[in-house]
Write a protein that binds this ligand. Structure first.
Ligand code: ADP
Ligand code: MG
Length: 234
């Protein structure tokens, strides 16, 4: 179980997160839903260890991991697909997916996962993970990488942004695959249609949790309140 306990975060004297409490249980899928600027990516970066909370704790199976960095958390099974994934010159998709050969996976599985994210193996396995890939293709590679890694916790920051209209279906397929391998998914989105695909949801706005529960209930509430709120950018 991964938890945020009373997490607060301030930057330059401005409070970005107010006492955030979240629990992510084994094998379940969660969304963190909210408008732009709500604090979603800040929560993701704190879960991943890229940012330290100003106060509060990150707990993994009851152990305080607040002081661990990204690499140390990755070793414990927490992985993230970033909102804007980096590009790397000279590294092929295949090499990237196998962590330069460190991840022992068969060619069949690489092929299967690439096809699953909509990147035919023949066309993409030997391409470079550099500027020649479009933003959407790069995001698909990132999702494939997490599917092959099978982490205990997969944090997906706006996985649907930059993808075309097939994104909804793709997210469903990805959630299904993660569920089968027991990965807990934490999916960040500002699209309620995407949030509906997870088991549970947290609706975050203005750095606070406004509502939590089954995704359907949270999305219903979000639809009723969020569009009329002054925080929403429309
Ligand atoms: P979301 O992912 O929900 O769109 P973020 O977590 O990225 O929101 O940002 C939450 C708030 O914190 C926003 O108002 C944003 O402008 C602010 N913020 C994020 N990073 C920084 C930073 N490095 N410096 C100042 N403000 C920041
Ligand atoms: Mg964000």
């Amino acid at each position: 179980m991964l938890c945020l306990r009373n997490v607060e975060y301030s930057q330059n004297g401005r409070r970005i997160l107010h006492s955030i409490n979240m629990t992510f249980r084994e094998g379940m899928s969660y969304s963190i839903l909210g408008p732009n600027g709500a604090g979603k990516s800040t929560i993701a970066r704190i879960l991943m260890g890229e940012l330290r909370p100003t106060s509060g704790q990150v707990l993994l199976d009851g152990e305080d991991v607040t002081g661990l960095n990204v690499t140390e958390r990755a070793k414990r099974g927490i992985s993230m697909a970033w909102q804007e994934p980096a590009r790397y010159d000279g590294i092929t998709v295949r090499n990237y997916l196998t962590l330069g050969g460190k991840l022992k996976i068969g060619e069949d599985e690489i092929r299967e996962v690439l096809e699953l994210v909509g990147l035919p193996y023949e066309l993409y396995a030997h391409r470079f993970v550099d500027k020649s890939l479009s933003g959407g293709e790069r995001k698909r590679v990132e999702l494939a990488s997490l599917l092959l890694l099978k982490p205990r916790y997969a944090i997906l920051d706006e996985p649907d942004s930059g993808l075309d209209i097939t994104a909804g279906k793709l997210i469903e397929v990805i959630l299904d695959r993660f569920r089968k391998c027991g990965t807990t998914v934490i999916l960040i989105t500002h699209h309620e249609g995407i949030a509906l695909k997870t088991d549970f949801a947290y609706f975050v706005c203005g750095g606070r949790i406004v509502r939590k529960g089954f995704s359907q209930e949270v999305v219903d509430y979000y639809r009723k309140t969020c569009r009329r709120c002054s925080f929403a950018e429309g």
